[in-house]
Design a protein around this ligand. Structure first.
Ligand code: RP5
Length: 175
């Protein structure tokens, strides 16, 4: 999805990251925040990465979400090239299950931060990006509050169902 005047840039090192990164796209859609989605590889398209990161704030982006797997240098490199906040998504990998991605992204030396979410948790990256925008946008802040209320309500609904049916029937109906 690429909207007009995107506020959030969602980038990834490969199209193989897209199934993971769709969690962030879905949050942008849910909160009706414009975003752009792009494949930007730090090692396969290094100049494209530099151009993307250096022009991001001039193009109106406010936050960048960067997902990568393995030797996942994309979020840190992009963070070094832009004054915008960067949220890194460690993508799970076949051999090391994303621990390599996590360590590569989260262990940034002092001076260039990358806010890192859990392995595969692009949903939280999307939510964090929305919350960063919401700090300056009262209507969006209200929607974040409403979203939190739906989380609370879903737990209370489950509690009511658990009490009504008992744990054994509840367990048997779980997917
Ligand atoms: C990284 O290498 C990408 O972020 C991806 O997670 C990983 C594997 O890429 P492909 O070989 O699937 O293109 O650059």
């Amino acid at each position: 999805m690429t909207n007009d005047n995107p506020q959030i840039g969602i980038i990834m090192g490969s199209d193989s990251d897209l199934p993971t990164m769709q969690g962030a796209i879905a949050i942008c859609e849910e909160f009706e925040v414009s975003c752009e989605v792009a494949i930007v590889s730090a090692h396969r398209t290094p100049q494209r990465m530099v151009d993307y990161a250096q022009t991001a704030h001039q193009r109106g982006l406010k936050v960048i979400i960067a997902g990568a797997g393995g030797a996942a240098h994309l979020p840190g490199m992009v963070a070094s090239l832009t004054p915008l906040p960067v949220i890194g998504v460690p993508v799970s990998t076949r051999h090391l299950q994303g621990v390599d991605s996590l360590y590569s992204i989260v262990q940034m030396p002092g001076g260039i931060p990358v806010a890192t979410v859990a392995i595969g948790n692009a949903k939280n990256a999307g939510l964090l990006a929305v919350q960063i925008l919401a700090s300056q946008q009262p209507e969006l802040l209200e929607r974040v509050q409403q979203y939190r209320q739906t989380l609370t309500q879903s737990v209370m609904d489950k509690q009511a169902a658990l009490e009504k049916s008992g744990y054994q029937q509840y367990l048997s109906q779980m997917p």
